[in-house]
Design a protein around this ligand. Structure first.
Ligand code: SAH
Length: 197
């Protein structure tokens, strides 16, 4: 029973990652066709992106495939698998909403595109970084779905590195481009969690 519960959590995680990629892929393809007019993709940015990729995909993917590192394994619980699946599903829902809302303005890194528009509708009416909120939900989902301390928490660490290396720079870039419009927008929104932070 315990073994199959662990497998259920891992299968839910794999399905979540597949759904994530199905949402992301069309935007990656479209982004290639919209010209970048200003890029702030520095070494620090690449370190952040690599950390997120490692913690949210490579480490859990390797664990699901091989069971390594066994050291952090603990007994999976049904409630944790259900809760993790709900968190992951909500992450995908928020991720999809933010991509639809950002449309052609989306970039994987810190970039301003030709005819870049400031989006402040949909999830962006409440928080400035709803896509990063979806990453946080995904990382929390992973922590509950994968019954291994090291692998479960790797997603949160990867997310935190990307977020804290990036967020100030992203807001500074948006302020440079949109000036008082972004300042006003900052005044009426939070960063990640509506009404809180
Ligand atoms: N931080 C946002 C967007 C992530 S994608 C979120 O978490 O939802 C990163 C790119 O989106 C940045 O390079 C920037 O060019 C763009 N961006 C960020 N906020 C934006 C906004 N409110 N309107 C338009 N583009 C935005």
């Amino acid at each position: 029973m315990n073994l199959s519960l662990g497998a259920a959590g891992e299968i839910a995680w794999v399905l979540g990652i597949v759904a994530w990629y199905i949402v992301r892929r069309p935007f990656e393809r479209r982004a290639k066709r919209v010209r970048v007019v200003s890029s702030r993709r520095t070494l620090v940015e690449n370190v952040g992106l690599a950390s997120a990729l490692l913690g949210l995909a490579v480490i859990p993917g390797f664990y699901v495939a091989t069971g390594v590192p066994e050291a952090g394994d603990y007994t999976p619980r049904a409630w944790a698998v259900v809760f993790g699946a709900i968190l992951f599903a909500s992450a995908i829902w928020v991720f999809r909403r933010t991509h639809k809302e950002l449309g052609r303005n989306w970039s994987i890194s810190l970039e301003i595109r030709e005819k870049h528009e400031l989006i402040s509708t949909g999830p962006y009416a409440l928080i400035r970084h709803p896509m990063y909120t979806s990453f946080l939900l995904m990382a929390l989902g992973q922590a509950f779905l994968i019954a291994n301390w090291v692998v479960g928490l790797a997603g949160l660490v990867g997310f935190a590195i990307l977020f804290f290396l990036r967020v100030d720079k992203e807001e500074r870039m948006m302020l440079e481009i949109f000036g008082t419009r972004y300042r006003d927008y900052m005044e009426r929104t939070k960063r990640l969690i509506p009404y809180l932070y």
